[in-house]
Every structure is written in C-alpha cells, then in structure tokens.
Design a protein around this ligand. Structure first.
Ligand SMILES: Cc1cc2nc3c(=O)[nH]c(=O)nc-3n(C[C@H](O)[C@H](O)[C@H](O)COP(=O)(O)OP(=O)(O)OC[C@H]3O[C@@H](n4cnc5c(N)ncnc54)[C@H](O)[C@@H]3O)c2cc1C
Length: 472
C-alpha cells in the first residue's frame, strides 16, 4: 500500500477534495497575485475546500509534508498577506453555506467564503443590518475580514470586525478544528480565542466559519457633506456632532482636497456637491433604529449652530436617501480612484483623535522636505483616529526610481516615525501582512513582540500557517 506522503500533494488533494477542489500549474494564476497586481507569489497547489472537513484535510495534506499553508479570502487585502510563498494556498470561495440565524440573539452564522455584501443582504432579509462597510465589500470575504480585523466607516459606532465576531470555527495547522461558535454573551472559560484570531492574518489557523453580531436596521437617517477650512475645524465639528447626537452618530469621515479631486477625476458618475472642491470635506451620517426619530432636524440644528460659530465654510444636507447614498458611494470609491491617479504609498496610521491635526501637520512637513515630488492626500476615519495618509507619486516620477520597493519603505518609515512620536500605530485596519513586518521589528515594543510570538507558537508550533506574514 502507498503511504500518504509518497503521493504528491496534488494527488492527495484530488483524492480528498475532487477535481473542483484543486488547481495546479497555470490554473493557479488568479490566486497568486494581489488584486492591485503589485505582488506575485508561488505555490505548489491551490485547494478550494467546500466544507470544514475538506478544509482540514487540505491543511493536513500540506503540513504533514512540512509545507506551509496560505489562507486566502477575496484577495483584496492591501498588505500582501494573501500572496503565497511556496506551499498550499487554501482559498475559501466554495465555503458559502449559511449555517443559521438566531433571531433571539441577533446572531448569524456563516461560512468564511461569503462576501461582505452577501452578509449585508442576508441581514437585510432578516430585517437587521451587519454594520461593517468598506469599498471592497462586493469581494472581501468574511474569513478575510476577520483575519485583517477590518474597519471601514462604521467603527466609530459599532467597532471593528473583532467587535462584530461573536464566534469562530478555526482549522489549526495540524488539521484539528476549534469550534468556538457558541457565541454566548457571557463566557469566561479562559482567553477569548476569537479575539486572537481576529487580526491574526491567517497566522494562527484557517477561519472556516463565524458567528456575526447583527444590529437593528436603521429606520431614520440623515447625511451631510460639510466644507471646512482646517483639520482643527473638522475635529471640533466631529466633537459637536458627538455631543449633540450621542449614539446616533453613525459615521464621520474627513477627506482633503486632493483625495476628493482623484474621485471626481477617475470615478464616472460621482458627484461633488460644491462649485469648488473644499480644502477639507467632512462626510457625516446620523442614523436611528426608530422611525421618525428626527435625524434630519437634529443634524440641521447642530450644523446651524456650528455655521454661526464659523466652524463650517459650506454645507450640503442630503434631501433624500438617494443623495445620502451618493455621498457614501463617493467615499467608498477612494481606493479605486487612487489606483488610477498614480502610485500611492498608503499609510494606515492611527492616533488618538485629539492628536490628528498635529500628526498631519508634522507628516506634511516631512513629506514636503523629503519627497517633494509626492502630493499628499488624506482619507481619515476621524471619529476613531484612523488616518490614511497617502503620498501620491505621479507614475512617471515613480518609474524613474531604480528601486521602487526601497522608495516605498523610505516613505513609510518617515511617516511612521511621526505617528510613533504621537503615540500612534502604523497598522490600524489593513493589517501588517508581508508589507509591514520590518516595521514590526523596528517599531514594536520587544515585550509585545515576544508575547505575540508566544501566542503564535501555542496555535502553530511548527510555524506553517502563513509564514512571513504579521510577525518578523
Ligand atoms: C477598494 C478597497 C477598499 C478597501 N477599504 C477598506 C477599508 O475601508 N477598511 C479596511 O479595513 N480594509 C479595506 N480594504 C482592504 C481589504 O478589503 C480588507 O483587508 C479585507 O478584510 C480583506 O478581505 P479578503 O477576503 O479580501 O482577504 P484576503 O486579501 O484574501 O486576505 C487578507 C489576509 O487574511 C488572511 N485570510 C483570508 N481569509 C482567511 C481565512 N478564511 N482564514 C484565515 N486567514 C484568512 C490572508 O492570509 C491574508 O493574510 C479595502 C480594499 C479595497 C480593494
């Protein structure tokens, strides 16, 4: 009889997953390059399991041979965490079952390969909402969103993905399955493992299913696009909105002039409501689960007072849901617009909101003196302190550099040094991936790093789950 390890990996996978579940050779191409086409990796095979049992078999088939496993979701990650480096890619697109909806608890249990948009639709069909919103929602998958602890525009009110995950199912490197889907509101049986898995970027195991917390559906909404002259005015306005609206403040986003101009230029059908692009734009939404809760009146009254106090230069309040949706469509188009504008070095920084203005001013000074050919663009979730500080290089200027990767690192390090001086983080919502591991080594406290490595060793002692990602 032939021993398991004498068969090739692909033969073993074919036997366990069938022909629909395995790709090799040229057939692997879609899984080897990140969606922006910036980095291409290598793999021996791609497994497409259709169940947890198949996923566990695929992982075991690789790790029993000492081969690493590279989990992949929608491949929309911005830090190259899903780009493989030899071994087995396990892609989750065939794990799409809805395992159950618990109305009494507002919990939805789904498999990892469903996209965020599909989960939005499932929640809506139950008269509820899943409050995570980001530009890649048509493609990013639940497993990937959990693994990067994705953020987006709803974090201010609902938290990041970690806060929305009540339970996970995880295939470990040796093929054992952790079933942590009980999702009890109170459960003190030790460390919350799902919180470790959220943001682990596939380094602890393969997420095969999750139980998600849904929220009541919003019945009354109001939206506005505000023009302000300074970051300080934007922050003061955000504070006023929070004081006036409390827990109905759904989102507050800040864009600078360059960022708005990229969307206007590159995304057909988007509309900017002012004659001239403002120096800074604040996009705001209030929302209540109670019908007729007076969101429009509350927004108008708050803005009127701010206008009288000179905080707002101009304002457009959406007169219906369609206009409100246009504002958020504009906001969610920034990543696509930036990719068309030039080569953007996108920093995913966070500081406490009170430090945002100073951080931006200092980062601007660094950019102007060291990288004068770049234009600064900003998209900030200012309610939670997450500033996407973007150095936008014209493509021709970028292509002149002999070593673009080294240039990218130089820019990142210069801006990250500023954020660290303000007590902030160089990785807020996109993850670390393969892109920022050197910054983990350079900037993260050694005690923290030791503990992270100890957690990794507990889940994956042989270091076979997504090696080279997250940890230096
Ligand atoms: C247009 C656009 C807009 C975006 N906007 C935002 C935004 O506003 N906020 C934000 O946070 N992000 C944003 N992103 C980034 C990206 O969409 C998120 O990081 C998303 O969570 C990645 O999901 P994915 O399924 O594509 O994961 P992938 O890119 O496939 O993988 C990301 C990481 O998770 C791991 N992984 C994937 N699936 C699994 C699994 N089942 N088990 C274990 N590990 C797994 C991978 O190994 C990799 O390390 C945006 C991206 C684009 C293209």
């Amino acid at each position: 009889m032939t021993g398991v390890l004498e068969r090739s990996l692909s033969d073993d996978l074919l036997g366990q997953l069938g022909p629909k579940g395995v790709r090799t050779g040229a057939g692997m191409a879609p899984w080897l390059t990140d969606f922006r086409g910036r980095r291409t990796g290598r793999a021996e095979a791609v497994a497409l399991p259709a169940s947890t049992a198949e996923a566990a078999a695929a992982v075991r088939a690789a790790t029993a041979r000492g081969l690493p496993v590279f989990p992949q979701g929608g491949n929309t990650g911005l830090c190259y965490g899903a780009v493989p480096e030899d071994g087995l890619v396990v892609a989750m697109s065939r794990m799409r079952a809805v395992r159950g909806f618990d109305r009494a608890s507002g919990l939805l249990t789904v498999e990892a390969g469903l996209t965020l948009s599909e989960v939005h639709d499932l929640a809506a069909a139950e008269g509820m909402q899943f409050p995570l919103h980001l530009g890649s929602e048509g493609t990013a998958q639940i497993g990937g969103l959990i693994s990067t602890n994705a953020g987006g525009t709803g974090v201010l009110r609902y938290g990041a993905m970690r806060d929305l995950v009540a339970g996970v199912e995880l295939v470990l490197a040796d093929g054992r399955v952790l079933d942590d889907l009980a999702a009890l509101p109170k459960d003190n049986r030790g460390y919350p493992l799902r919180h470790l898995v959220a943001g682990a970027e596939g380094t602890l195991g393969l997420v095969t299913a999750a139980t998600l917390r849904l929220s009541p559906k919003m019945q009354d909404r109001a939206h506005a696009w505000l023009a302000v002259e300074t970051v300080e005015a934007g922050l003061a306005l955000a504070q006023r909105l929070r004081d006036a609206a409390g827990d109905v403040l759904e989102a507050v986003e800040l864009l600078d002039r360059a960022q708005v101009s990229y969307v206007v230029r590159h995304i057909p059908g988007t509309r900017m409501p002012f004659g001239e692009i403002p120096t800074w734009s604040l996009l705001v939404e209030l929302a209540s689960a109670r019908a007729g809760a007076g969101m429009q009146e509350l927004l108008e009254a708050t803005l009127e007072a701010a206008f009288e106090d000179g905080l707002i230069a101009d304002a457009v309040i959406a007169q219906n849901e369609g206009q409100g949706e246009e504002i958020w469509h504009f906001r969610h188009s920034v990543t696509e617009a930036n990719a068309r504008e030039g080569v953007g070095v996108v920093m995913d920084t966070s500081v406490r909101p009170g430090r945002i203005a100073q951080f931006i001013a200092e980062a601007d000074a660094v950019l102007a003196s060291r990288f004068p050919e770049a234009e600064r663009a900003i998209t900030a979730h200012i309610g939670d302190g997450n500033v996407h500080y973007i150095a936008m290089f014209p493509r021709e200027a970028w292509d002149r550099h002999a070593d673009p990767l080294a240039r990218e690192i130089e820019v990142e390090e210069a801006i990250h040094d500023v954020v660290i001086r303000h007590g902030g983080s160089f990785s807020a919502e996109h993850g670390v991936g393969r892109k920022l591991t050197s910054e983990m080594r350079r900037l993260v406290d050694p005690v923290r790093l030791e503990l992270l490595k100890a957690v990794k060793a507990g889940f994956d002692p042989r270091g076979l789950m997504n090696p080279g990602v997250l940890l230096p």
